[in-house]
Write a protein that binds this ligand. Structure first.
Ligand SMILES: [Mn+2]
Length: 334
C-alpha cells in the first residue's frame, strides 16, 4: 500500500474525482484537499466532489480562507457532472455508506479509517480502523513519495486529527499522536489558532437558550428539548456542549421534526454505553437508535408521543425510556 500503488490504479485518460462524505467534516476535507494536491503534483487533475450542505461555519470559513476548490454535485449545474466512465477515490468513508452519495462512476480506490461495513471491490483499498483520523493516513502517503507538506497542508491535517480524535483524548489514538507531533513541527499554527473563532451561528444562540431553558437533570443525566425543527448537526453540537456540564456524564438532546423526534446522545462514562442505550430506548418507542459507546443518535416517530400533551409530558416519557433502557442494557451486560 502507498501512494505509488494508488497512482498505479488511476487511468490518466479518464476523469478523476475525490469524493467526500456528507456533510464533509474537517478530517474528510483535509484528506481530500491534501490528496488532491499530491495527485496534482504528479500530473493528475482530480476534482473534489461532495453533496449536501456544509453548515458548520468554521468549516465554511476554512474552505474560503484556504481557497480549497470543491464541487457540490447536488446542484442543477453539476448533477450530471460525474459520468459512468469516470474514476472516483473515496476518502474518510466508503462506497455505499449511507452518508456517501452513489455516483455512476467506477470507484477505483478507498482510503478510510472506519471499519468496513459493506465489502466493496476497489482496485486499491487502504482501510485501517486503527487510525483515529484519516488525516494521519494521508500523512503516510506524503512520506511515501517524499512529498513536502506545506505549513497550510500540515495545519489542515492537524485540524482533521484534532476533530476526529477529540484532541487526542483517548489512549487508542497512539498512532495519531506521533503523526500529530511530526505535522506540528511544520504546520502554520496561526491558521490553527484562528479556526473555530467564528464557530457560533446567530441561530445557534436561540437554540442554545431554548435548550438550557428546557434542561432537566436527573441522576446525573441531562435531558433537553432543543425546540422544533433543529438540524441533526445542531443537536449534536448541543449534546457536546451539555456533556461538559459539571456532574453530568450522560446527555440526551432532542428536537421535534416533520418525521418525528430526532435524538442526540452522549456518554462520558464506561458504565453507560450511549449506542446500546439509544438502540434499546428508541426501539421501545417504535423508533431507531444506535451509535458508539460515547456518541449515539436516533429517531422516534411522532405517533409514539401522540397521546402526550405538552413538552413536559414528552420529556417525562423520554426520561422513562432512557431510564428503562439503562436498566435493561446493564442487565444484558452482567
Ligand atoms: Mn474521519
Amino acid at each position: 500500500m502507498g501512494f505509488k500503488e494508488l497512482m498505479s490504479v488511476i487511468d490518466k485518460e479518464r476523469k478523476l474525482y475525490i469524493q467526500m462524505h456528507r456533510p464533509p467534516d474537517p478530517d474528510c476535507l483535509a484528506c481530500a484537499s491534501v490528496m488532491s494536491d499530491m495527485l496534482t503534483s504528479v500530473g493528475f487533475e482530480p476534482g473534489i466532489v461532495y453533496t449536501g450542505v456544509i453548515s458548520k461555519p468554521e468549516t465554511v470559513e476554512l474552505i474560503n480562507n484556504l481557497g480549497i476548490k470543491l464541487i457540490r454535485l447536488d446542484t442543477d449545474t453539476n448533477k450530471h457532472l460525474v459520468q459512468k466512465e469516470d474514476q472516483v477515490i473515496v476518502v474518510d468513508c466508503q462506497k455505499e455508506n449511507s452518508n456517501v452519495a452513489p455516483l455512476p462512476a467506477e470507484y477505483i480506490a478507498c482510503i478510510d479509517h472506519h471499519p468496513e461495513l459493506i465489502a466493496n471491490e476497489y482496485k486499491y483499498a487502504d482501510i485501517r480502523p486503527d487510525f483515529g483520523a484519516c488525516s494521519s493516513m494521508i500523512y503516510e502517503y506524503a512520506l511515501d513519495i517524499d512529498y513536502q507538506l506545506s505549513p497550510v497542508q500540515a495545519a489542515l491535517l492537524i485540524y482533521g486529527i484534532r476533530i476526529d480524535t477529540d484532541d487526542l483524548s483517548r489512549r487508542k489514538y497512539l498512532m495519531d499522536v506521533d503523526i500529530f507531533a511530526a505535522l506540528y513541527k511544520i504546520a502554520n499554527l496561526e491558521i490553527l489558532s484562528n479556526i473555530g473563532r467564528n464557530a457560533i451561528r446567530p441561530e445557534d444562540i436561540s437554540t442554545t437558550i431554548v435548550a438550557y431553558e428546557n434542561l432537566t437533570i436527573k441522576n446525573n443525566i441531562a435531558y433537553s428539548f432543543a425546540g422544533d425543527d433543529k438540524a441533526k448537526e445542531s443537536l449534536a453540537e448541543l449534546a457536546d456542549k451539555l456533556i461538559s456540564l459539571a456532574d453530568i456524564s450522560f446527555v440526551v438532546v432532542y428536537s421535534k421534526c416533520f418525521n418525528g423526534f430526532n435524538f442526540s446522545v452522549r456518554s462520558q462514562t464506561f458504565t453507560l454505553n450511549a449506542g446500546k442505550i439509544a438502540k434499546n430506548a428508541f426501539a421501545r418507542a417504535n423508533g431507531d437508535g444506535g451509535g458508539h459507546k460515547y456518541m449515539a443518535g436516533g429517531l422516534v416517530p411522532k405517533v409514539a408521543f401522540m397521546d402526550l400533551h405538552g413538552n413536559k409530558a414528552v420529556m417525562e416519557h423520554v426520561i422513562t425510556l432512557i431510564e428503562e433502557a439503562i436498566v435493561e442494557v446493564s442487565q444484558e451486560e452482567e
